[in-house]
Design a protein around this ligand. Sequence first.
Ligand code: AMP
Ligand code: MN
Ligand code: MN
Ligand code: MN
Length: 286
Amino acid sequence: MNLRCDLHSHSTVSDGTLTPTELVVRAHDNGVEMFALTDHDTTEGLHEAAQAAEKVGLPFVPGIELSVTWSHQTIHIVGLGINRDDVALNQGLKGLREFREERGAKIAHKLEKAGFVDALEGAKKYSNGEILSRTHFAQYIVEQGKAKDVRQVFKRYLVNGKPGYVAGQWASLEEALAWIHGAGGIAVIAHPARYKISATRLRQLISEFKELGGLGFEAISGSHSPDEEQRMTQLANQFELFISKGSDFHSPDSIYRELGAMQDIQAGSIPLWHSNAWKEKIGEVK
Ligand code: AMP
Ligand code: MN
Ligand code: MN
Ligand code: MN
């Protein structure tokens, strides 16, 4: 029931600070028994992670975290058990990465108006060229001494209403689920308590997600408080969604939890890895 798994994490391929291999080794050292790499909008790290996992004997689930615009709001959908070479998925991801480049140029332009110099080059120093994230702009701004940490940069510069904010134009929910399902994966609503939407709209999101064949709900997230985990677990149960669990680990010194360091799933809820879909698509878990 309470397998020590971690089904949400980021490497240097997106906005994390450890390589796929370093992440796998760290997860294994932490006693994680099943691990997924879910970089933002790219499958680039999955081959390396799979190889590293095989080497240390850690069951590995290839994953992705897709950026979605739903009802003018950015939502993240995790895909688990995807075929990393799927053509339609990779075509879709390419479009998302192109939007990241366009958005990056706009963010840089806005930050320059707010007094920063060479913000695009500055942010690109922190990305390895695969995806350009707001996290990379935040790292540059910290380097410039304009904020004490990444969290403060988001608050001051990068969120809606602040000088460096540019609205997302990501995939639709329908596209995201079609890409994940087409690549043989299972879709999960990532960190549901993090969205700044009303309870009614969250329910609406869940209904649409279910209609599109979505199965998982990441009630247990490294970015949720215990109270949020409780509420999100209840919501998952009401909607008969399976519960997923992931740290959303980005870096050893981030604000979220350590790899594998999550609460147990409560009795009465069903973990995603006990679903028939998981058994069929990913395999039997003890
Ligand atoms: P992007 O997908 O480029 O818009 O960047 C989103 C990423 O920024 C998330 O995946 C987090 O890693 C990070 N992020 C978002 N909000 C914050 C915050 N308030 N503090 C620190 N990191 C954040
Ligand atoms: Mn991130
Ligand atoms: Mn996310
Ligand atoms: Mn994430």
